[in-house]
Every structure is written in C-alpha cells, then in structure tokens.
Design a protein around this ligand. Structure first.
Ligand code: HEC
Length: 458
C-alpha cells in the first residue's frame, strides 16, 4: 500500500490519526507460502459463521425473555414478527439455527483439514490447542442454545444432557445441580443457560479467536505439504488481493447456504415445555446423534459417559505432542489417515443408525403408558425383568427397551407368544391380557428409556 497523491482526504486524515496505512499493510501484507489457495478458506468460513451468530444472536436477544414464563412466548412472538409479507423474525431465527449447524460442520472440516495437512505439528501445537478450546466452546454453545426456546424438545433434550453430567462419579451430582440451579429444570436453569450462552461464551470466543489469530500471524500459515521451501518461497504471495477475494467468495457461499436453508426449512417450535409430559421422546441435535448411539452400546453406561468424552479430549489435546514426526503429507502418514477414515466412517454409521432408530420409535400416549405400567407391575413381568434396577434377572433388563425400536406388533407377539421370536423361550405366554391391556403394556415398554435417558428417575 504505497502512499499516493490520489489517496482520498479521508485516508490521509485517518492515516495521520490512526496510522491507517501501516495498519492495513500489517493486516493485508501477510505472506502466503505457495500463494493464495482455495484450501486456505476454511478458517475464514468458520470465523464468518461465528460473526453471523453474534449478529443474529444480538437481534434475537432484543426480543427474547429468558424466564420459563416468557421464553416460549417470546420465541413464538419472534416467529410472527413480519415486515410486509416477509417473516423477518423467523428468518433471523433460521439464520441463528442453521448458522449453528453449519458452524459445527465447518469447524469439523477445518479440523479435518488441519489434521490431514499435518498443520498441527511443530511449531503450531499451541494454535491447535486453542483450536480444541474453540471446538469445546462451539459444542457448549450448541448445548446451551438448545434449551432457550423452552419447547418440549428443548426441555427434554436438556433433561437428558444434564442427566449424563450427573452420572460422572463423585462430582457428577453436584455439577448437575449446579448447572440446573437445583434438582429439576426450571427458571434458574434457563437463566444459567442464557447467561452462559449470551455472555460467557461470546467473551470466551472473542478471547480465544484473537489468541488463535495472533498465534497464526506469528507462526504464519503452514502452507502446502508438498514442494520444497525454495519453490514455495518463489510462489509467495500476499494475503491481499487474491486470498482476500477467495475468502470473501467462500464466505458469500456460506451465507447463501445458510440463507437458503433458513428460507426453505425454517426452524420449528414445538409445544411449550411441559414437565408433566413424561411420554415425550427427546432426540439430540443431529451432530450429537453418533454420541447418543455409541452411548447406548457401551455398558455400564458410566463408562461411556465419562470414558468417551475423556478419550476424545485426550486424543485431541495430545495429538501434536505424541505425533512429532515432521512429515506433513497425508500420503506419507498412512496410520493417521486410516484412523481418521475409521473415525469418520464410524461416526457416519452411528449417526445413520441413530436416525433410523428415532424413526422406528412408536409414538407414545401418556395415559396408555401410565396404565401399561400398572399392567406390567401386576402381571409378574418384574419376576424376570429389571427396570431401573428393580426386578429379576431371568430375562433381559428392559430399562431401555423403548430405544430398541420394536413395533407395537412385535411387542404384543412377544407378550403372548415369546417362542415366535425366541424358540424355547422361558417367558410364559400372557394370553390372558385383554387387547386394551396388550396395547397399554406395549406403550409402557416402548416408553422405557425414552424420557430422561439414560436415567428415567430424573
Ligand atoms: C419367566 C420369566 C419371564 C417373565 C415372567 C417375563 N419375561 Fe419377558 N423375557 C424373558 C426372557 C428370558 C426373555 C429373552 C428372550 C428369551 O430368551 O426367551 C424375555 C424377553 C422379553 C422381551 C424382548 C426383549 C428384546 O428386545 O429382545 C420383552 C419386551 C419382554 N420380555 C417383556 C415382558 C413383559 C412385558 C412381561 C410381563 C407381561 C414379561 N416379559 C415377562 C423372560 C420373562
């Protein structure tokens, strides 16, 4: 940026007072080894979604009331705010809602690329660690934001999430009631989540994003994994103008994607949270699906609830300190690349299994579930089956039978003719049950494990 006589008076005015030219030079004349590339746009795309979340979040906060009396009504009000024929309120909420999902996807892509490129290696270990912190902040933002609309999905989803925290030994119960602000979910939970979501997280985001970028500017971009340092040096190019243009186009693409999703699939609002509706089956946000499915498989569940996050955190934190070979090309790091493919493949498979499982779940009717529970307790089922720690052990534990996804028909056949499914089954045929009782019992069995999972006692 050379000083020229054609510079406008505004620029001259600002240059004299805030040293504008050297500031711009500092910001824009960052050398990019190997020249501008599309491969470098991911970080900017994540930053863009974060800024979009800040802007739309503030707009939502203008109208949002963070108490159980007002939260749902205020979100419903936002959904009905319109300007002419344009549903602005719902559109802004759509931006925030889809922005969150897209941000999780982009953070994932950014992480994968840094992993594949080996860009976490020396001297970028600390930058990677700050990135891991930013990932944790993103997940916390997703978790706390889920509760704010205060509809059925928000309420029961948070019951499940906080129950999991409660399973951690020793500190779990204390942590759970500290986060909830009491034993149940109520006004304090909502204000805790609102404060974390709108005050604590944004400040931490700013702090760590700045930290991430400062380190980035000090150690510079890792550059392509191929090519000798002399050819890369020869291809060197400044951040401005070509990389700035590429970043801007990538951000525009993200914006168009989020805007289209918000228009085509506006976020829904379920009925207001009803703590008495214990037949509601909560499902996690899609990006937590694979965790949900994996946790269902790990027994005892404490092992999964503590072990899984601990392993993920440990692998992410330790990676740059364990994998110290300077080799960066993915073509020469078969172990790293194969383990990444394995992890991605399992996440995809688990997510598909979880979604398929949710689709199969029988819809529940609270009155029938209640009557079915009485039939269950009076028919001798507990002689052989355990539910939440109570009952016999001849048959399998049914505490989470509702998550298996058996149809009502399958369950009724099981009650009246177990041998049809399990030849030689010791489970007696309960043919004396009336059709009404069979239906109620199937409803009760289908409800097991579905509310407050994994702890139905809440
Ligand atoms: C005498 C013991 C016994 C009694 C009583 C009994 N069951 Fe079972 N049940 C079993 C056994 C054992 C199995 C496992 C399948 C097998 O090996 O036969 C089973 C399987 C089931 C399953 C299928 C689990 C699955 O997904 O594979 C359901 C559901 C079930 N029982 C429900 C009930 C209900 C409801 C009652 C009461 C009306 C009941 N059972 C009473 C022994 C019993």
């Amino acid at each position: 940026m050379k000083k020229s006589h054609s510079d406008s008076r505004v620029i001259q005015y600002l240059d004299e007072r805030i040293r504008l030219r050297s500031l711009l030079r500092f910001l824009l004349e960052e050398p990019m080894p190997g020249g501008a590339r599309w491969a470098y746009v991911f970080g900017s795309m994540v930053l863009f979604t974060l800024i979009l979340q800040f802007v739309t979040g503030v707009m939502l906060a203008f109208y949002y009331g963070g108490t159980p009396d007002h939260a749902w009504d205020s979100v419903n009000y936002i959904d009905h705010l319109h300007y002419g024929s344009l549903d602005v309120g719902r559109l802004i909420r759509g931006f925030h809602y889809w922005g969150a999902s897209i941000m999780v996807v982009l953070v994932g892509m950014h992480l994968l690329q840094v992993f594949l490129w080996g860009a976490y290696k020396r001297p970028r270990e600390i930058m990677w660690l700050v990135g891991v912190i930013l990932l944790a902040l993103t997940m916390t933002a997703a978790f706390t934001g889920y509760l704010l609309p205060w509809d059925e999905r928000a309420y029961w989803g948070t019951i499940v999430g906080t129950n999991m925290i409660g399973l951690v030994p020793v500190v779990g119960p204390l942590l759970k009631s500290a986060i909830r602000g009491g034993s149940g979910l109520g006004a304090l939970t909502l204000s805790h989540f609102f404060a974390i979501h709108t005050m604590m997280l944004p400040s931490l985001f700013i702090l760590f994003v700045v930290f991430h970028l400062v380190i980035f500017r000090r150690v510079g971009p890792a550059g392509p994994f191929r090519g000798s340092s002399s050819t890369l040096e020869a291809q060197k190019e400044y951040f401005y103008p070509r990389q700035v243009l590429m970043d801007a186009l990538a951000m525009l693409a993200v914006f168009v994607l989020i805007a289209s999703l918000s228009v085509l699939f506006p976020p829904g609002l379920e009925a207001m949270a009803n703590p008495a509706n214990s037949s509601y089956s909560p499902t996690p946000a899609w990006y937590f699906d694979w965790i949900f499915e994996l946790l269902k498989m790990i027994r005892p569940e404490i092992l999964g609830v503590i072990g899984l996050p601990a392993i993920i955190a440990l692998v992410l934190v330790m990676l740059p300190f364990v994998d110290k070979r300077p080799e960066r090309s993915p073509f020469h790091r078969p172990v790293a690349v194969l383990s990444m493919l394995l992890v991605l493949g399992s996440m995809l498979g688990l997510s598909i299994a979880a979604e398929a499982g949710f689709k199969k779940l029988v819809p529940l009717d609270p009155a029938a579930v209640k009557k079915g529970k009485i039939v269950f307790e009076h028919s001798g089922c507990m002689g052989c089956h355990t539910v939440m720690g109570k009952g016999g052990h001849i048959g399998p534990d049914l505490s989470e039978e509702g998550l298996v996804g058996h149809s009502e028909h399958w369950l009724i056949v099981q009650f009246i003719n177990s041998s049809a499914h399990f030849p030689g089954s010791p489970m007696p045929p309960f043919t004396f049950l009336t059709p009404q009782e069979r239906h109620d019992l199937a409803q009760y069995v289908s409800s097991l494990g579905r509310t407050g999972w994994p702890d139905t006692t809440r």
